[in-house]
Write a protein that binds this ligand. Sequence first.
Ligand code: F6P
Ligand code: MN
Length: 333
Amino acid sequence: MNRVSLTRYLVEKQREKGLITAELRLLLEVCARACKAISTAVGKGALAGVLGEAGSANVQGESQKKLDVIANETLLEANEWGGHLAAMASEEMDHPYPIPNRYPKGGFLLLFDPLDGSSNIDVNVSIGTIFSVLRAPENGEADEAAFLQPGHRQLAAGYAVYGPSTLLVLTVGDGVACFTLDRETGSWLLTRDQIQIPAQTREFAINASNARHWEPPVKRYIDELLAGKEGARAQDFNMRWVASMVADVHRIMTRGGIFMYPRDRREPGKPGRLRLMYEANPMAFLVEQAGGAATNGHQRILDIVPTQLHERVAVMLGSREEVERVSAYHQPG
Ligand code: F6P
Ligand code: MN
């Protein structure tokens, strides 16, 4: 079967639809290549000595795994010399990474969570990479402030899932496509296009161990799901929680569902666990492009104006009707 490669998919978006420039196409190809290299390292696991702790911590105070560091370096090295970027920012780096002076600079900013779902690395459960592309400001400044743009300004976003197969799920603002890595030829081949998340679902994903800390709207929503047929919803709901956002979101991309990491009352200064710029925004862009919705309960994720690079945010995303319902529960009155 003659499948469409990632390169051809992107060339067509550029040539036929004029949706992306050649520079953005090349940048996305480099990101995909970096994900391929990360997939290879993930796949070797203990044989390559890449499992376990790195012995360091990131800006969030979370301990870094060896693969967090390897994935971060892989993305930096792959992207620093191509001439497409003004700077990069990562979950694993306190501050933006400027393009070294020995290389040309370009007009884009790249943000990434190099290895999402770190707690699953050592137990051989799906993990992934999430990335987001923004335009750099015209003045050429690529400091932290340059990154603080709302998610609706993203030019492209994607994630790779390192699971039983390695997948790349991508949007350039013209729907969502999924590519599967052919491990023998090293090509990314289109296996789903124009993905649509069903508007309704009977499946939800939340870390229920935090239930006692949830705010009332989330508690009400989840209690109603748990009450099943006998409750207000008059139907049973199933629960799944992989604890890798990429894997949980990918399930929703495949068969629908709602994913929630709400804010809770433990640390009032931290609105949620997930990070806006390189987790929530790219996933929200992808989910909306697939016909779903993404909110923090009060506001569309893509409309939030960030104030910090590593800002946290509550996330509720997936099947539109469920996301709308839980948002409605957050409205006063
Ligand atoms: O990046 C944060 C993350 O690992 C997500 O991938 C995942 O959804 C979540 O944290 C898991 O959180 P918890 O450890 O509370 O289940
Ligand atoms: Mn993550």
